[in-house]
Design a protein around this ligand. Structure first.
Ligand code: NAD
Ligand code: UD1
Length: 338
């Protein structure tokens, strides 16, 4: 029988949705999470949705002894690696914590995988590796130029995984560069649960709609974009995790290193998002335009044709569904999982 998938960070926003997608597609799942940015309730919700609870181990990817024990106790076949710290601003304030957790943590994970003779890993990278792109849409051949310690951890880990794969041509690595994940499980039972004021647009707008925050601050309306506000490629988290399941399948038959953008291929402005969310929720979204946020870029969206051509994967959920699913989650869980 095929072995299980180890999902690091499986209680987090994307990891929890990935667990559901994996279980629904017939995989056995083992979660490793230290809950530093998530709650065990997320695991209970996975069980509620799927009828099966993933085996869950509370622990850290930097704990080599724990990883060795985990790999010998469970029949793991491949790894989906989501665990990491992800707040750009915080990474500027605390770079060492980011290099330690993301880079050192992944090195420890790979060393333990080596000892256990595991050769297949799907890695959460980010469009942030492209920095401020010279043009859009962005394809996988664009130069990498991260602009924050968080972004550097992703670029460094892409390099580490590239070198690790080259050692042995039976090794399999998928580097998945996500654009802007948003949305929630359509059941309304699982979604993004940010601690404190959200940094990202969609969870912030959702909290304004539900009355938890007064208004959105729109960071600049003088960008060279159609309405002057920033344009991004928001991808429904369900489409994103479907991309992971097909990438994992692809690795079975395609050893080597494969890099894919996971995005929709089209851009949405801040004001378009506000409008779409107001329509989905039936609520007003008050906003005021303030100065640009340091480090922001004008526009960013994916050329996702490589994933379409090789993985036969395309994002097919639209902006309205993304907002409706986020709203269902936000309304039903105003305090998140706590
Ligand atoms: P998240 O914070 O919700 O999930 C990460 C999970 O990893 C959390 O449950 C956290 O407790 C766990 N974790 C962190 N460090 C750990 C460690 N040392 N050991 C064990 N568990 C640990 O974040 P997310 O949005 O689900 O992101 C998942 C991955 O995708 C991250 O690697 C992130 O950098 C990447 N990514 C996210 C986005 C996004 O916008 N959400 C965009 C691009 C890439
Ligand atoms: C952020 C990260 C990026 C990461 C991405 C996906 C920064 C500088 N970059 O990018 O590395 O890969 O998330 O997780 O944090 N906006 C507002 N008001 C708000 C929040 C956002 O106007 O309160 C605007 C932003 O200026 C931007 C758009 O909304 O134009 C999207 O912002 P956000 O959700 O933070 O994503 P990114 O800026 O793409």
């Amino acid at each position: 029988m095929a072995g299980a998938v180890l999902v690091t960070g499986g209680a987090g926003y994307i990891g929890s949705h990935a667990c559901v997608a994996l279980i629904e597609s017939g995989h056995e799942v083992v979660v490793l999470d230290n809950f530093c940015n998530s709650h065990p309730e997320a695991i209970r919700r996975i069980e509620e949705i799927c009828g099966v609870a993933p085996v869950t181990i509370q622990g850290d990817i930097r704990d080599r002894a724990l990883l060795d024990e985990l790999f010998s106790a469970h029949n793991i076949e491949s790894v989906m690696h989501f665990a990491g710290l992800k707040a750009v601003g915080e990474s500027v304030e605390m770079p060492l914590a980011y290099y330690e957790n993301n880079v050192a943590g992944t090195l420890t994970l790979l060393q333990a995988m080596d000892s256990a003779a595991l050769s297949s890993i799907v890695f959460s990278s980010s469009a942030t590796v492209y920095g401020d792109p010279a043009s859009v849409p962005i394809n996988e051949h664009f130069p990498l130029a991260p602009t924050s310690p968080y972004g550097w951890t992703k670029q460094m880990l892409e390099q580490v995984l590239t070198d690790w794969q080259r050692v042995d041509d039976t090794r399999r690595v998928a580097l998945l560069r996500y654009f802007n994940p948003a949305g929630a499980h359509p059941s309304g039972r699982m979604g993004e649960d940010p601690q404190g004021p959200p940094n990202n647009l969609v969870p912030f707008v959702a909290q304004v709609a539900v009355g938890k925050r007064d208004k959105l601050r729109v960071f600049g309306d003088d960008y060279p974009t159609p309405d002057g506000t920033g344009v991004r490629d928001y991808i429904h988290v369900l489409d994103l995790v479907d991309g992971h399941v097909v990438a994992l399948d692809y690795l079975q038959t395609h050893p080597g290193l494969h890099t894919f953008n996971l995005g929709t291929g089209s851009g949405v402005s801040v004001l378009e998002m506000v409008q779409a969310f107001a329509a989905a929720s039936g609520r007003d979204i008050p906003y005021e335009v303030v100065d640009r946020r340091a480090g922001d870029i004008a526009e960013c969206w994916a050329d996702a044709s490589r994933a379409r051509d090789l993985l036969n994967w395309e994002a097919n959920r639209d902006l309205a569904q993304m907002c409706e699913d986020t709203w269902r989650w936000q309304q039903g869980n105003p305090g998140g999982y706590r």
